[in-house]
Design a binder for this molecule. Structure first.
Ligand code: PLP
Length: 401
């Protein structure tokens, strides 16, 4: 029973948690099992092998941790670093801010590079810090690939180029929570040492799995990293990997079967097709925003995010009201503006298991609610701009060709 019933389907357009496909819901609808029976290790083995494909790594070691993105951050940091270690971290929005806060609370010496919200990580500042750091005091670069609060995607290939140019050995730690499995992400090619995501984002699962992948260099770093870690200790996992039983503690059986089904769907569609679909959905959303006469919070095209769009609204309107009315009148869930941009932006999440017509439904709802709150929008203008683009760019569904 819904606590607050609404007819029809909720249009879930927050940038995570996202819609769960029916196939995944069905796969999870099962009893608990003994995780020490032969069945669960056999399943886990396939998951660990296959999950590497979404990171585009062959050399990485994956960990499926019962946690969220926040726990995945903590596992990346505590397994590879020691208290007092210098990290360079970019403050560009709410999630990078929270990661920085975690780094500070774990007693790292955080060198914060701050930019205006709506801008990407300042990689010129990174280049000068790396150039100056001939003593290699910087132990890790921590960067959020896609800042979900502002809809900003950072250029990870450039970070790698900077480190390589100065032959700097800093670890490269990447939050891919709202990017992995939706945006172009290449762990091996970009020399990423730890990459992580959460199950409720582009994988389109319930919340509850932190999926972390460590490079051989990151695993080597665990041998000298002195941060206290217990629940998140990768070595406990590695011990059980060797034994072939895989789990240091009780996994959620339902989430494991859900992950199996989610990966099967991902491979059926094809990772590159999924990335292309997100490119289309992102572009269509931005065309609608422009047609409404509104601004994207993201300040430059090079940072546009294909998983979330933060829409800036005129100062006489409170964006919180847009989100509230969308849910109350149209059963449409939009993302709130967070922290510095609270009241100023609302967010449209366009990631995960989602198609073009679903997005058009959302855009129609946004138009109606904009009118409701007094913004002079021409009904249909955004939908027209988005659908004109989608009609020409949407390919046949691969399995139906
Ligand atoms: N990193 C990013 C980029 C996020 O968008 C989020 C959540 O939205 C997090 C980290 C935190 O993840 P969680 O809420 O699963 O702990």
């Amino acid at each position: 029973m819904d606590y607050v019933y609404g007819p029809g389907r909720n249009h879930l357009f927050v940038p995570g948690p996202v819609n769960i496909p029916d196939q995944v819901l069905r796969a999870m609808n099962r009893n608990n099992e003994d995780y020490r029976s032969p069945a669960v290790p056999a399943l886990t083995k396939t998951l660990l092998e296959d999950v590497k494909k979404i990171f585009k790594t062959t050399s990485g070691t994956p960990f499926l941790i019962p946690t969220t993105g926040t726990g995945a951050w903590e596992s990346a940091l505590t397994n590879t670093l020691s208290p007092g270690d210098r990290t360079v971290s970019f403050l560009i929005g709410q999630f990078s801010l929270l990661w920085i806060d975690q780094q500070q609370r774990l007693n790292f010496n955080v060198d914060v590079v701050e930019s205006e919200w709506g801008q990407g990580a300042n990689l010129d500042v990174l280049a000068s810090k790396i150039a100056e750091d001939t003593a290699h005091t910087i132990k890790a670069i921590c960067i959020v690939h896609n800042e979900t609060a502002t809809g900003v995607t950072n250029n990870l290939a450039t970070v790698r180029k900077i480190l390589d140019h100065y032959q700097h050995p800093a670890l490269f730690l990447v939050d891919g929570v709202s990017s992995i499995c939706a945006l172009d992400f290449r762990m091996d090619e970009w020399g990423i040492d730890v990459a992580l995501t959460g199950s409720q984002k582009a994988l389109s699962l319930p919340t509850g799995l932190g999926i972390v992948c460590a490079s051989p260099k990151a695993l080597e770093a665990t041998k000298t990293a002195k941060s206290v870690r217990v629940f998140f200790d990768w070595n406990d996992y590695l011990k059980f990997y060797k034994l072939g039983t895989y789990w240091p503690y009780t996994p959620s059986i339902q989430l494991l079967y859900g992950l199996r089904a989610a990966l099967d769907l991902i491979f059926e569609e094809g990772l590159d097709n999924i990335i292309a679909r997100h490119t289309r959905l992102g572009k269509a959303t931005r065309l609608a925003v422009a047609a409404w006469g509104l601004k994207n919070c993201t300040q430059k095209e090079e940072w546009y995010s294909d998983t979330v769009t933060a829409v800036v609204i005129p100062s006489n309107i409170d964006s919180t009201e847009i989100v509230r009315q969308a849910w109350k009148r149209y059963n449409l869930s939009l993302g709130l503006g967070l922290n510095k941009v609270a009241g100023k932006v609302f967010r449209i999440g366009h990631l995960g298991n989602l198609n073009e017509l679903q997005l058009l439904g959302c855009l129609a709802g946004v138009e109606m609610v904009l009118k409701d709150v007094g913004y002079p929008v021409k009904l249909g203008s955004g939908v027209a701009a988005a659908s004109a683009y989608l009609q020409n760019s949407t390919p046949l569904i691969p399995s139906r060709i």
